[in-house]
Design a binder for this molecule. Structure first.
Ligand SMILES: C[S@@+](CC[C@H](N)C(=O)[O-])C[C@H]1O[C@@H](n2cnc3c(N)ncnc32)[C@H](O)[C@@H]1O
Length: 265
């Protein structure tokens, strides 16, 4: 897709050469045309994520993201925030709450997640997009790019950010959800070289400016524990009946993540 400006036209967005992109009944825009992306949360995972995040158990992570993002926006809280792999828009909404005059755009391949993201905040829009394709955004338009537990495209992050902008990346440490790993078969393990690989991937385009480590233990009800597993890819390899076995899931978990704000080189 050429990087031409899109204009609203009835229930669609139209580009100058006449292509139209539908605005779904649920509020997100279908920009992703052609071959389908190979990754993205299915409807059950997106519903589980919606329910789990609405409990507030990841509230401290959301606050850290908002703090780091706020450092990059203008004094009056203006600016554009792009959340890549936004899921249900939980973190994007947290940042927009903190920046009273900013607007947000969530991009994701999961249409079920985008239904929630489109409603996550009055100043947020949501669109289908594959992070591995060139983003549907002009150069230097974003003050903040968020990437929270989502796939990354460093060169596109860099292209769409203003020189004064910030990329905020959240990823798990080796202790994240440790209590689940022993109990849930196929629970995704954390690559011990994850930090090194992240550094190598981002280093050509970004310099780390500030990092917050967020680590705490949170209690879980049975349904919350099921949703926490249900929103991860490991659920695809697990048997729900096994998971529902009360002995299997813990009643508390360690949340342990690193959140870093990077400035463009
Ligand atoms: C672990 S979830 C994180 C969602 C959200 N950032 C959060 O933390 O709640 C990963 C997200 O990336 C999305 N995703 C996976 N592959 C993608 C791709 N190629 N392009 C865009 N989004 C993708 C998934 O659909 C999912 O919403």
């Amino acid at each position: 897709m050429a990087r031409a400006r899109l204009h609203p036209d009835g229930g669609t967005l139209r580009c100058p050469s006449g292509h139209t992109f539908d605005i779904a009944r649920h509020g997100y825009v279908s920009l992703l045309t052609g071959s389908r992306a190979t990754s993205g949360d299915d409807a059950a995972m997106a519903r589980a994520r919606d329910r789990f995040l609405s409990t507030g158990r990841y509230g401290p992570v959301r606050q850290a993201v908002a703090r780091l993002a706020a450092g990059a926006a203008s004094e009056r809280g203006r600016g554009t925030v792009v959340d890549v792999g936004c899921g249900t828009g939980y973190y994007l909404a947290g940042v927009l709450d903190r920046l009273p005059a900013a607007r947000g755009l969530g991009l994701d391949t999961s249409v079920r997640a985008l239904r929630s993201a489109a409603r996550a905040h009055a100043r947020a829009a949501a669109a289908t997009w594959d992070v591995f394709r060139p983003f549907p955004l002009a150069d230097g338009v974003a003050d903040v790019v968020l990437d929270v537990f989502a796939p990354r495209n460093p060169s596109e992050f860099h292209r769409v950010l203003r020189p004064t902008g910030r990329l905020v990346v959240v990823r798990p440490t080796g202790r994240h959800l440790d209590e689940l790993r022993g109990r849930v078969p196929a629970m995704v393990t954390i690559d011990p070289f994850k930090e090194e690989r992240l550094h190598q991937a981002l280093d050509p385009c970004f310099v780390a400016a500030a990092t917050e480590q967020v680590e705490y233990v949170t209690s879980l009800t049975g349904p919350e524990a099921l949703d926490l597993v249900g929103m991860t890819p490991s659920v695809r390899h697990s048997n729900r009946a096994d998971l529902e076995d009360a002995c299997l899931l813990p009643d508390r978990v360690t949340v342990s993540v690193l959140a870093t704000a990077y400035r463009p080189r």
